[in-house]
Design a protein around this ligand. Sequence first.
Ligand SMILES: [Cu+2]
Length: 250
Amino acid sequence: MSSEIVKWNIKDLKVLDRVPTYYSIGHLMVPGGDTKKPYGKYVVAYNKITKDRYLPTGPELAQSAQLYSIEGDKMQLLLDFPTIGEPHYAQAIPAEKIKDQSVKFFDIAQNKHPYVAAGEKNTKVERKGNEVHVYMTAIRSHLTPDNIEGVQVGDEVYFHVTNLEQDWDIPHGFAIKHAATAELLIMPGETSTLKFVPTQAGVYPFYCTDFCSALHQEMQGYLRVSPKGSNVPLKWHTGGTDSTATVAAK
Ligand SMILES: [Cu+2]
């Protein structure tokens, strides 16, 4: 690999301009600054300590960022805005590098996840020893299935949630109360798994954790956990209150 060697003589360098910032610069960022060819049109100063700058909202104040043009010999302030935290190692690149390559959603037909449910008709709940695998789907505005019973204390429950959406910017989330893990965030067309090991009998709500429409709050359901050795059969259904109505039991 050949590399251009640029020889700088410190005596040839001179300071062309200085500008004040608010107050203390923590970091500077030039778009593409970590690449061989930075874009060189702008610099952003990320500043800490902004006393007297913004409304005094507490012991710590909003931090500040200032965008300057560095195209000419004189720097020009283009934009001045508060930030939460003074970003470290911030990066910027031209928008067109991202814009045309953005993935809008994953094609559900290409989803080869071993636990995918590519459509509501493919949803099911399977027991393998003490493992219970829930093949669940999420689409505005319900989870399928949204009522499950027959799980027992000590079972390992795996919620394999497939987001059926084929639309841009519609992720769904998934969480169940008492789980020892955090929530899932599932992109459109993807499948993700959340493991839940209930330690007490009871009814546990599960729900979408990412706002997805005005009916987002409808995306919820219940898992009934019975004591170990209980004879409650594994059953599941979607919608309604009568658990015998649309049972798809094995
Ligand atoms: Cu949702």
